[in-house]
Design a protein around this ligand. Sequence first.
Ligand SMILES: NC(=O)c1ccc[n+]([C@@H]2O[C@H](COP(=O)([O-])OP(=O)(O)OC[C@H]3O[C@@H](n4cnc5c(N)ncnc54)[C@H](OP(=O)(O)O)[C@@H]3O)[C@@H](O)[C@H]2O)c1
Length: 226
Amino acid sequence: MVSGLLAAGHRVSTCSRTPSAFIEELSNGPLSANFRYSRLDMGDLTAYDAFLEASVAWGGPLYGLVNNAGMAMAGLLASSRDADSERILRVNLLGPLAMSRLAAGCFLRQRTGGRIVNISSIIGSRGYKGLAAYSSSKAGLDGLTRALARELGRLQVTVNSIAPGYMKTDMSVEFTQDQLAQIVNRTPLKRLGTPKDVVGLLLFLLSDAAAFITGQVILVDGGLSC
Ligand SMILES: NC(=O)c1ccc[n+]([C@@H]2O[C@H](COP(=O)([O-])OP(=O)(O)OC[C@H]3O[C@@H](n4cnc5c(N)ncnc54)[C@H](OP(=O)(O)O)[C@@H]3O)[C@@H](O)[C@H]2O)c1
């Protein structure tokens, strides 16, 4: 998504816990002037303020926020630890809630309109055995999308969720080969998604063409939920 945003001419300020080879490459590449990276644990809500302030100081008024960082831990709820569920809910739901609050403050001050896109999951509406906390966090995120769309609409700020199906990323290593084969078999397009499959919709939701679309949860799942 960062590559897609940069290629479309956006300036991107992003974060993760560990700078990867991809981050290094972008930081030294031809689009480095439009790219800013901070090391940040989204589980530490107290660090958000400084991140956003530094991002705006670097990039100018906030145009949009994409809440993407997420985590999952597979396991039946009966044998899971409350501390793990809390961590999932903190990173996947409380984090976006807190970051959206700060972004809403920027949009209120700026009066420029804006965009918030939450990266949710079809599991938020369908559920998945062994992912109770994750499913709850994504269902909560979709609730945030709808409530905030109503709250920020008068400022011409749109808020939407993208709900991917099963994608080929580091996160899907949690699934067994059998589970993945079953998912592909049930997917009309007969494959897993890739991050590239999400980029088109993300760019659209950030664009002027989507100015009258808000409060929606839009699925990118190869037809799995149809
Ligand atoms: N993969 C799927 O099948 C799928 C399906 C539906 C929805 N999604 C959603 O799509 C989003 C991206 O997931 P992905 O599949 O790309 O997962 P991924 O490959 O595991 O990547 C997750 C990204 O989030 C960052 N991250 C995770 N925890 C973080 C934290 N506490 N603080 C800061 N950054 C953190 C990771 O970097 P660090 O580890 O370095 O922090 C990494 O860059 C998530 O919200 C996920 O729930 C994924």
